[in-house]
Design a protein around this ligand. Structure first.
Ligand code: GCB
Length: 867
């Protein structure tokens, strides 16, 4: 066809579009005003996104409601819509949904993280209200992945619901709820780039139809670059597939994290007269990727070290029902950290976020939620394959998506479940491999231009079974320096794998320690939940990965803290490995990543790990400054203090502080950062202005109680004029209590105990005080098992026998007699015992714990002056 004829047709199409808008496909979200019930008797009005687990997954009761939830809503459909085809589309319902229209069952869908739709045309009434009912089930189901994982499976309709009305001929919605077309690229290089589109068109009419397709490629400014047309006939009640190939574009602008240049594809389907029936559009990004077992990841022919994060989709107070605007903000934060990659773990996230990755330039690893174990049934295999097909087809067109996965740590349960016999274990290896192979083959067939991936945990099972040889790129989830070993063991492991499997491409798909912004440690160590240790581990991993070309990259676990109901840490029910908090406020390590990853502008940040910095005996303290520059200057309270040199983004400076507010200012190049330090210098407790003192007994970490506004100081052995335990008064052992603690919001105070220490002295001045002592029974059986405290979990299966009985005295006054926590409390309770005391004669406070049976314990002390 000549160019002029194209122009005439285009003009005709334009005119026709203007006059035929009504017959065009229409989609609207129907999120508001649903009725929800847990039992079909009491109903409440809710809006979608919705989950019924946003609160109970965070309360003290073990477990959260996994069962049925009922939703209903009426929609009015006018008779003008009578000739259309109508679909109901659910963008995600966790995890099984059965949909009814006007009392008729229209379909069922299994799997909580991909979209599905149903053609509801034949069930509708026109000029009338139509009742939509959805029964949702998030019970454990042996045939639906995920079976078991370290995140909460919130139930509900938690992504948009759409009502879609289409003319009888339209771009298909029947192909696994995809958009009905798939963009493939050919011959992409710096010189040229080709696009080929596979498209499915449905004709629901009982007669034949003549139609026309117009496809346009536009550049980022909206200029037309290429245009293709196709006229065709459709048989009655039929579906057709078309392949439309554009000629190559010369000198294309390539897509990359630095320059995420996007073209646009527009597709228009018209009837024979040019009336627009349906239209679609998507981003196009010209890029090509390869992996090399020696040199790592390549984008557009150049090596690129992938550095970024994993992301879970939930958010403080929302569960998984999170407004899209907040979710999109996550992608902005991830990009602004300097990340060039994101792993959407452990399931497909909202499609809008992938579009955001296209726009901002973030490479994507996306996967389905087959985690920890699989079930050996045909039903489980079928749901898994259906899920992967939906995933691939619904997410196919995003140029940011380069890696597609299907399993995470699939031998974790095999490794940790002790009950299985050897032959059951062998069997499990075989059927797991079989499913992996089927999913790998399916992924390679359905997504031939993508890199297949799988994430493994630290175990030889993956090598031994050869499951690690299936994907094109292997991700290792490595927790050296957290669950086991030390930070520097990462490099040893990576080198060993590379030497033993030289042809395998690998990256570090997870790593990171838990960190609570209220916890601080001057000598950070494994499992202390301090932000200081989080920095040590992340920077240690980064340096080791950077030094090894063969490692394609690393994705930190996790971008944000996330809900995991069974966890019992300093924040219960939350996995705290986020670089930002559950409400997305950055932890300090987030800024460190900016200092090593962001190169586009000068950056500097003065870290402050403690809202209130308590300095005992002397007034100096080492602070940390992050910058992407080599050098900088530091000012303390407006006076120049020192020059700084940054190594791996970090400069450490010891500062003499004054009592009260101190301002520390760092300057580099054209940028600066000011941070306020609120300092308390404690040389002697016996001062006239003594007010309050809190001690985190049994540990070296300090803990900030934000609600009460007090900092629990780290424990110490006694020195005169201050406080501490008397080492001579018993064994004075420190023990962790790595469990959820009921009946408190200050878990961190109870999660460490000082055992068998009979005397604790605090040299407070004479006066009247309220003294609160904190206790927990460490041996008491806990109702919830914490699987993911893998190596450090204590045996919590001990029976509730009388382990210890002791008396508690403040100076010469007995405040608790025959204290027996195992008998008095049924669960791991945080117990606070408060009493008033009048101290005279300058004798200070002595806390005495006198054992009657077993060893004494103490977790914390809070002393408040009362007059
Ligand atoms: C893992 C899992 C992830 C967990 C993480 C952890 O390896 O893949 O789902 O949340 O460890 O924090 O233990």
């Amino acid at each position: 066809m000549s160019h002029n004829i194209y122009k005439i047709i285009t003009l005709c199409l334009f005119i026709c579009v203007t006059f035929s808008f009504n017959s065009h496909a229409q989609s609207k979200t129907i999120n508001s005003g649903w009725h929800f019930s847990e039992d079909q008797s009491i109903w409440k009005i809710i809006n979608i996104p919705h989950t019924w687990n946003d609160k109970d997954a965070f309360d003290d009761e073990p477990g959260y409601r996994r069962g049925l939830g009922y939703y209903k809503k009426q929609i009015f459909i006018a008779s003008a819509e009578r000739d259309n085809i109508h679909y109901l589309k659910f963008n995600a319902v966790n995890q099984e949904a059965t949909v009814f229209i006007n009392g008729h069952k229209v379909g069922n869908h299994k799997g909580g993280y991909t979209a599905f739709n149903f053609d509801i045309t034949s069930y509708l009434k026109y000029d009338d209200y139509n009742l939509i009912e959805v029964t949702v089930d998030n019970s454990h189901n042996e045939n639906i992945p995920p079976l078991d994982a370290d995140f909460t499976f919130y139930g509900g309709i938690y992504r948009d619901v759409e009502f879609i009305s289409l003319p009888k001929q339209h771009i298909s919605l029947k192909d696994f709820a995809s958009d009905g077309y798939y963009v493939n690229y050919y011959n992409v290089s710096e010189k040229q780039a080709g696009v080929e589109v596979k498209l499915l068109v449905d004709n629901f009419d009982t007669s034949k139809s003549k139609n026309h397709l117009q496809l346009k490629i536009l550049d980022a400014k909206g200029n037309l670059i290429l245009e293709e047309h196709k006229g065709f006939k459709l048989g009655e009640s039929s579906s057709e597939e078309f392949n439309i190939k554009f000629p190559e574009i010369e000198n294309p602008k390539l897509w990359s994290p630095e320059h995420p240049y996007l073209y646009k594809l527009e597709i228009t389907l018209t009837d024979y007269n040019g009336n627009v029936l349906d239209s679609k559009s998507t981003n196009l990004g010209f890029r090509w990727t390869t992996v090399d077992s020696e040199k790592g990841f390549f984008l557009n022919g150049k090596p690129i070290k992938l550095v970024g994060v994993n992301r879970h989709q939930d958010y403080a107070n929302y569960g998984n029902a999170v407004p899209l605007s907040l979710q999109k903000n996550d992608i902005e934060l991830i990009k602004d950290m300097g990340s060039n990659v994101i792993r959407f773990a452990h399931y497909p996230h909202a499609r809008e976020l992938y579009k955001k990755c296209d726009e901002l330039g973030v490479l994507v690893w996306t996967e389905i939620p087959i985690v920890n174990k699989v079930t050996n049934t045909e039903a489980f295999f079928n749901v898994s394959k259906q899920m992967q097909k939906e995933h691939i087809k619904q997410y196919y067109n995003f140029p940011s998506v380069v890696m597609i996965g299907y399993m995470n740590e699939i031998f974790l349960r095999l490794d940790f479940d002790k009950e299985e016999t050897d032959s059951e274990k062998e069997n499990r290896k075989k059927y797991t491999y079989t499913l992996a192979k089927q999913l790998e083959d399916l992924t390679r067939t359905e997504a031939p231009n993508h890199i297949t991936v799988m994430a493994l945990h630290f175990n030889e099972l993956y090598n031994e079974t050869k499951i690690a040889d299936l994907p094109m790129l292997v991700g290792w989830n490595l927790y050296f320096g957290w669950y086991h070993d030390t930070i520097k063991d990462l490099g040893v492991f990576l080198d060993d794998q590379h030497q033993r499997y030289p042809n395998r491409c690998l990256l570090v798909s997870e790593y990171g320690p838990g960190a609570d912004v209220r916890v601080s440690a001057t000598e950070p160590s494994r499992y202390d939940y301090s932000q200081e240790y989080q920095l040590l581990l992340h920077s240690g991993y980064y340096n080791q990965v950077k030094d090894r070309d063969f490692v394609a990259g690393m994705t930190a676990w996790n971008f944000a803290d996330f809900g995991s109901e069974f966890r019992g840490e300093t924040i219960p029910h939350v996995n705290q490995k986020g670089l930002v908090q559950y409400n997305r406020e950055p932890k300090e390590v987030y800024y460190w990543y900016q200092s090593v990853l962001k190169t586009n502008e000068p950056f500097v940040h003065v870290a402050n790990y403690q809202k209130e910095l308590n300095l005992l005996e002397n007034n100096t303290h080492e602070i940390v400054v992050f910058s992407n520059q080599d050098k900088g200057k530091l000012y303390v309270n407006d006076e120049f203090f020192r020059d700084m040199n940054f190594e791996s983004g970090i400069a450490k400076v010891t500062i003499p502080f004054k009592e009260g507010i101190n301002t520390v200012r760092a300057e580099t190049n054209s940028t600066s950062d000011d941070t306020i330090f609120n300092v308390k210098i404690i040389k002697d407790l016996k001062t006239d202005d003594f007010d309050v003192l809190a001690i985190n007994v049994g540990t070296d970490i300090s803990f900030r109680d934000d609600v009460f506004g007090v900092t629990y100081l780290k424990d110490r052995s006694y020195t005169k004029n201050l406080f501490g335990y008397l080492p001579s008064s018993g064994k004075c052992k420190r023990e962790p209590v790595p469990f959820n603690v009921s009946n408190t919001i200050n878990e961190a105070v109870y999660q460490t105990v000082l055992v068998d220490c009979n005397t604790y002295k605090v040299d407070i001045p004479d006066g009247k005080y309220k003294v609160t002592l904190y206790f927990i029974e460490p041996q008491l059986k806990n109702k919830t098992k914490v699987l993911f405290n893998l190596t450090d979990s204590k045996d919590d299966s001990k029976t509730d026998v009388m382990h210890r009985i002791f008396d508690v005295k403040l100076n010469d006054k007995t405040i608790v007699s025959q204290f027996n926590m195992a008998k008095a409390y049924a669960d791991k309770y945080g117990i606070a015992e408060s009493s008033n005391i009048n101290i005279t004669n300058n004798i200070g406070l002595t806390i005495r714990l006198n054992a009657i049976i077993g060893e004494t314990v103490l977790s914390g002390i809070l002393i408040e002056k009362t007059d």
